[in-house]
Design a protein around this ligand. Structure first.
Ligand code: ADP
Ligand code: MG
Length: 237
């Protein structure tokens, strides 16, 4: 099982954002989409999520043909750089949101929210408003919220980009630990080589709308597929 992207192209006007992309993202892994800004990483993630429809090609998620399914039918959880939190709702209600709109029984929702808040070490903060959390805590809340509906895949677009260096480092460890605990297939976008190399099991290098290479951090270092990959890994951000 995996996320299978086959022959996906996406244009915005004359601009080719994704150029016949095929890639398999393994089930249960923690995978980074890595590459320079404007390369098509977010577009690829959004096509997987169903937030953007491809002009051609197909997407299968864990064996299910998802190409024409709307996002809410794909059972994916999202975390974005600037996550859209509900400012007027408490942390607990933010986490509960996806369960409430699915009309899950109230007792089940309460128990699940408690479990999730514990998972991200926010059990003492359920009654607060998001504005009363630090940036790092807010992204942990976003992680809990994305996991609430037990998604088949968790998709994160530059989830730590807006945070300062220390909190970013902390959240990297969080993502790694959460993944090891929950084992949900996870794909995150980053332009930061170090972040990808440290956190991911597998890296998909995306550049100019194409996949340059797929491999483990070691494989990318030991056998870069081309000059682009070698150059990009050597750059310091
Ligand atoms: P990345 O996430 O790797 O930085 P994106 O996937 O966001 O790259 O964007 C790839 C290219 O597609 C960029 O040049 C961007 O300007 C363009 N693009 C993305 N979304 C749109 C859109 N909705 N309309 C027009 N151009 C877009
Ligand atoms: Mg992007």
């Amino acid at each position: 099982m995996s996320i299978d992207v086959r022959g996906v192209s996406k244009r915005f006007g004359d601009f080719v954002a994704l150029d016949d992309v095929s890639v398999s993202i393994p089930s249960g892994g923690l995978t980074a989409l890595l590459g320079p800004s404007g390369g098509g990483k977010s577009t690829l993630l959004r096509v997987i999520a169903g937030l953007e429809s491809a002009d051609s090609g197909s997407v299968h998620i864990e064996g299910v043909e998802a190409t024409r399914l709307p996002p809410q039918k794909r059972n994916v959880g999202f975390v974005f750089q600037h996550y859209a939190v509900f400012k007027h709702m408490t942390v607990a209600r933010n986490v509960a949101f996806g369960l409430e709109i699915r009309k899950r029984p109230r007792a089940e929702v309460a128990a699940r929210v408690q479990e999730l808040l514990e998972l991200v070490h926010l059990s003492q903060f359920g009654h607060r408003l998001p504005s009363q959390l630090s940036g790092g805590q807010r992204q942990r809340m976003a992680l809990a919220r994305a996991l609430a509906v037990e998604p088949t895949v968790l998709l994160l677009d530059e989830p730590f980009g807006a945070l300062d260096a220390k909190v970013r480092k902390e959240l990297r460890d969080w993502l790694r630990r959460l993944h090891d605990e929950v084992h949900v297939t996870t794909v995150f976008v980053t332009h930061d080589q170090e972040e990808a190399l440290e956190v991911a099991d597998e890296i998909v290098v995306v550049n100019q709308g194409r996949v340059e290479q797929v491999g483990t951090p070691d494989q990318l270092y030991d056998e870069p597929a081309n000059d682009f990959v070698m150059g990009f890994l050597g750059e310091v951000t």
